[in-house]
Design a protein around this ligand. Structure first.
Ligand code: HEM
Ligand code: SF4
Length: 512
């Protein structure tokens, strides 16, 4: 039994919630925490960070990436009062507070409860924040609003011990967006918009996608169409199938992808159908468009006279004061609501036409731009060396710096995605980007220096592909010089792909 399985076997991870007051009061310091309890804290969203001992990261679940301005204000004030003022927006549309002390956790949990937020099950072998289109219910380019399904599914598993001992983490996207904004193809469970029998709106189902050190695995379609009313239940059934049948030995081989690989999609579907207890309907017509979107900039909502204003937050790293200001702007100009995107950005929604320009004139928008330069627009970065002990390099500042220098040199470039991961774990989704950077170390003249492996041509959407390694172990000091070569190669690669015959392309679900 691997150490994590032992920890889970001895006690349910969620039990730590009942013990947290005692742990915080009794120990008064992190040094006396038992190593197993330190792991268990991740079940309530509290992460020991080796580079900052005693200062924990706290991950807040933001279901569907939707939050109210008062919730954001509360988080920002917690970050200021009990953290170090830094808040990160993650690629799962979640928020992370930095440098929290264990003695303050009970107060933070209380404050979160006060605004209907939770940090439960945001780490370890749990169902992570459920993703959906950041403009769910608002964008004209969706089949239907899928957010209620994500909410219903979350209510099923949150605080429910049936779902807190999975073989590994489980990433879920449930989306009605036609513009592929959530990279569904890399999720363990992906429900994407489709039209079923009698023109019914619903989802096609794919399973077993993942990112990470083994590379990007594209989720396999199960040839199932599910109606919105049954979708949450189906996601729960898939989760329990994974819980009961997924391998639990080697941690590197326990994601749902490995079970899907072992069984094949057909057998997986069969076993799932047995649990489901009724025959499945075959996949519906995949109605997603060919392109992907980031939902940045000013866009008309479905609701007449209202607009969304998507703001670029470079690498998702923010200061609490800026988040408070964002919450205020959402109150003053919008519907008091903010949406987070999988590109680590934020959207003010429900802005009446006459308030769009005054919002655009606000000072904060000089930092969080609705129309950023091409290279900053698609920039995503994992935590990197600042707070992550696995990081081989610093990522966020380096990514920003490179994006700025490229913008100056290629002012007319079309938007492209540049994703950074500080190590092979791949939390920054670098395999799914136009240009992906993976942190490494290289030896130059006998000296060890920060380096990256560069991947090009990765993408998600209806034609998903992992990026191909283009250069290995490039010292970061040489990046400026080498980037034109990478960009040229990328342009060629994109051209080649566009010319490929349609049948050669990997569609997630065949269009019938
Ligand atoms: C061996 C595999 C992995 C390890 C050890 C690992 C480790 C970590 C750590 C330590 C953090 C927190 C860093 C911090 O913010 O302080 C993190 C965050 C994160 N990781 Fe990974 N990771 C792994 C694989 C992955 C994979 C395959 C993905 C999918 C792309 C991923 C996505 C994320 C995301 C999105 C976050 C930000 C928080 C969230 O919203 O869940 N990780 N990871
Ligand atoms: S990719 Fe590596 S460095 Fe970045 S957050 Fe994940 S584990 Fe840490």
């Amino acid at each position: 039994m691997n150490p994590i399985e032992r920890i889970k076997d001895e006690k349910n991870g969620l039990d730590i919630l009942d013990e947290i007051d005692e742990l915080a009061a009794q120990h008064g310091g992190w040094e006396t925490l038992e190593p197993d309890d330190r792991e268990r804290l991740k079940w309530i969203g509290i992460f020991f960070r080796k580079p900052t001992p005693g200062r924990f990261m706290m991950r807040i679940r933001i279901t569907n990436g939707q939050l109210a301005s008062r919730q954001l204000h509360t988080l920002a004030s917690l970050a200021q009062r009990l953290g170090n003022g830094v808040i990160d927006i993650t690629t799962r549309q979640q928020l992370e507070l930095r440098a929290v002390q264990i003695r303050d956790v009970p107060d933070i949990l209380e404050a979160l409860r006060g605004v209907d937020l939770t940090s439960l099950q945001t780490g370890m072998d749990n169902i992570r924040g459920v993703n959906t289109c950041a403009l769910s219910g608002l964008t004209p380019y969706e089949l239907f609003d899928a957010a209620p399904v994500g909410e219903q599914f979350t209510q099923t598993f949150l605080g429910n011990r049936e779902y807190t001992n999975l073989p590994r983490k489980l990433n879920v996207t449930i989306t009605g967006c036609l513009e592929n904004c959530t990279h569904s193809e890399t999720q363990d469970i992906a429900l994407t918009p489709a039209i079923g029998p009698r023109a019914a709106h619903g989802f096609n189902v794919a399973v077993g996608g993942k990112m990470g050190s083994g590379g990007m695995t594209v989720a396999q379609p199960l040839d199932i169409f599910v109606a919105p009313g049954e979708a949450s239940s189906l996601a729960a059934t898939i989760t329990l199938l994974f819980r009961d049948e997924g391998a639990r030995e080697q941690r590197t081989k326990t994601r749902l992808a490995f079970l899907v690989q072992e069984w094949g999609a057909e057998l997986f579907r069969q076993r799932l159908e047995e649990r489901w207890g009724a025959p499945f309907t075959s996949a519906g017509r995949d109605v997603r468009m060919q392109h992907t979107t980031d939902h940045l900039g000013v866009a008309a909502q479905r609701q007449e006279g209202l607009y969304s204003v998507g703001l670029c937050v470079p690498t998702g790293r923010t200061q609490a004061a800026d988040m408070m200001e964002l919450a205020r702007l959402a109150e003053v100009y919008g519907a008091g609501a903010i949406r987070l995107t999988t590109g680590q950005n934020a959207i003010v929604v429900g802005v009446p036409e006459e308030d769009v320009q005054p919002l655009l004139d606000e000072t904060l928008l000089t930092r969080f731009s609705p129309s950023p330069p091409a290279f900053t627009r698609g920039l995503v970065s994992c935590t990197g060396k600042d707070y992550c002990n696995l990081a081989l390099i610093e990522t966020k500042a380096l990514g920003k710096q490179l994006a700025e220098s490229l913008a100056a040199r290629f002012p007319d470039a079309a938007p492209l995605t540049m994703n950074w991961s500080g190590c092979p774990a791949g939390c920054g989704n670098h395999h799914a980007a136009d240009i992906g950077f993976q942190g490494a170390k290289a030896r130059v003249d006998g000296e060890v220096v920060d380096a990256v492996s560069i991947f090009v041509g990765g993408r998600t959407g209806t034609d998903p592909r992992p990026g191909e390694k283009f250069m290995d172990l490039v010292p970061v000091s040489m990046l400026d010089e080498l980037m034109p070569v990478v960009i040229d190669n990328l342009a060629t690669l994109k051209k080649i792909r566009r010319e490929q015959p349609a049948e050669d392309r990997v569609l997630m679900v065949p269009v019938s």
